[in-house]
Design a protein around this ligand. Structure first.
Ligand code: TRP
Length: 446
């Protein structure tokens, strides 16, 4: 009896950790603004196809490798490759993942800092009675204030790395998942409220009626990148979590549940946000400020709006926090694998990410004209190239490793699905996910 209970406990712990990693800014902040910039419904359509055909199978591959290796990513890849008679260089995939999450966490922390600022502002009632224009202008003024941005970025990073150093991520994940239904409920309420506003029908048309003429290679690339980003796949970060997944737990079921939840959070957020965009005549392509400008307006129209807005930002921050912990973990594990003590490794990662994050934080003021590559500033670079290129590339290599390099029996055992389920997964990964990712990445080059 106690044994079953314990296993149930860790089974739950695994789902909590993966959900905590997946649901974050990607769903509520990044999805609407990237969809807005990429034609709305066409983006959504391609993104959902990619989540199902690429993101989900590769997510299973990634967790499966971690579960089979039962170690940190670099060690797991090295040991499994050696066992299969493959190259030891597969370990570099773990290092590449650590580099990818380094870039991602640097801007993730800055944007999470915006949420801290907005939480404080909504508690102080700053948005009560403000018009869309005033909120938009306030957001722009905030971005132009380097001191505030750096302060909030620092605060968020200290919160994140503090939890990583203290090793209390599990407690936070439990809290997050306890409160996530409330976040979900708030989004559902907003979406229902949106259905009573004049922005609702245009929002639905914008999100669900694709005009195929808008499908371009750029849209396809961004949709693919976002599919990996939102599932937290492609940087070996979930591999680390797979290492402590119980033997008996069904991996495909857990992964599918997380993917469905993840998509639905993004959809609700999209409906709530675009209803405001169209009701207020705002620009759907306005970029990273989209959520921060629209949600205060959406809440202000509800009873006790200011209080609920504060609760919303608090819960968003919690969801973001557990995602950031997942982003930090592979780097800390890598340094620990190289022989560093945990606290020291955490401090080294924190310092590196903090410095890199400064470049993003200042991209809206002092460094606005520093455009080292493709005419984009640092924030624009790190918030696009790592998600759009590095994650799919890393995910593709993980998939190659799982589906071609690992011995089949080992893979089958770790996926925990004998028979046709395994062959379905294997064939999707081999003949759809890997070639498709490769083709999209290749077409991005030209
Ligand atoms: N999925 C998270 C979000 O949507 C971000 C994230 C967490 C992530 N861990 C990751 C992205 C690992 C890539 C790799 O906000």
């Amino acid at each position: 009896m106690s044994e079953t209970l314990e296993r149930w406990g860790s089974r739950r712990a695994f789902i909590l950790a993966v959900t905590g990693a997946a649901v974050g800014l990607g769903n509520i902040w990044r999805f609407p603004y990237i969809a807005g910039e990429n034609g709305g419904a066409v983006f959504l359509l391609v993104y959902i196809v990619f989540v199902l055909l690429l993101g989900l199978p590769v997510m299973m591959a990634e967790i499966m490798v971690g579960r089979a290796g039962r170690r940190g990513p670099i060690q797991a890849l090295g040991a499994l490759a050696a066992e299969a008679g493959g190259s030891r260089h597969w370990r570099w995939l773990g290092a590449f993942g650590a580099f990818t999450v380094f870039c991602i966490l640097s801007f993730y922390s800055v944007v999470s800092g915006w949420s801290i600022e907005f939480l404080v502002a909504s508690i102080n009632g700053k948005f009560s009675g403000a018009t869309a224009q005033e909120i938009g202008a306030g957001f722009d003024a905030f971005l132009a204030n380097p001191g505030l941005l750096v302060f909030n970025h620092t605060l968020f990073l200290v919160m994140t790395m503090g939890v990583v150093a203290a090793g209390i991520a599990k407690g936070l994940e439990r809290l997050n998942n306890l409160l996530m239904p409330l976040l979900y409920l708030l989004l559902v309420t907003l979406a229902i409220y949106a259905s009573t506003t004049e922005g609702f029908v245009p929002a639905l048309v914008w999100l669900f009626k694709p005009s195929m003429a808008l499908i371009t290679p750029t849209v396809i690339l961004h949709a693919m990148g976002h599919a990996f980003f939102t599932l937290a796949v492609g940087a070996c970060a979930l591999m680390a979590y797979g290492a402590y997944m119980p033997d008996k737990q069904s991996l495909p079921k857990a992964a599918a549940a997380v993917a469905v939840l993840d998509i639905s959070v993004a959809l609700l957020s999209g409906i709530a946000i675009f209803a405001v965009v169209f009701a207020q005549g705002l620009d759907p392509t306005q970029g990273p400020g989209l959520m921060f400008v629209t949600l205060p307006i959406a809440f202000s129209e509800l009873p006790w709006g200011a209080a609920w807005l504060s609760v919303f930002f608090l819960l968003l921050l919690l969801a973001t926090w557990t995602s950031a912990i997942n982003l930090a973990e592979p780097m800390v594990a890598t340094l620990q694998g190289a022989g560093m003590k945990r606290v020291k490794a955490t401090m080294a990662v924190a310092l590196g990410v903090w410095l890199m994050g400064l470049l993003s934080a200042l991209s809206f003021s002092s460094l606005a004209d520093f455009r080292p590559f493709l005419g984009r500033n640092v924030f624009e670079l790190v918030s696009s190239i790592p998600p759009d290129i590095f994650l799919p590339l890393g995910g593709m290599l993980i998939a190659v490793f799982a589906a071609w390099v690992m011995p089949r029996e080992k893979a089958q055992e770790a996926l925990g699905n004998s028979g046709w389920g395994f062959y379905l997964w294997l064939n999707i990964v081999r003949w759809i996910a890997i070639p498709m990712t490769f083709i999209v990445l290749l077409s991005a080059l030209f």
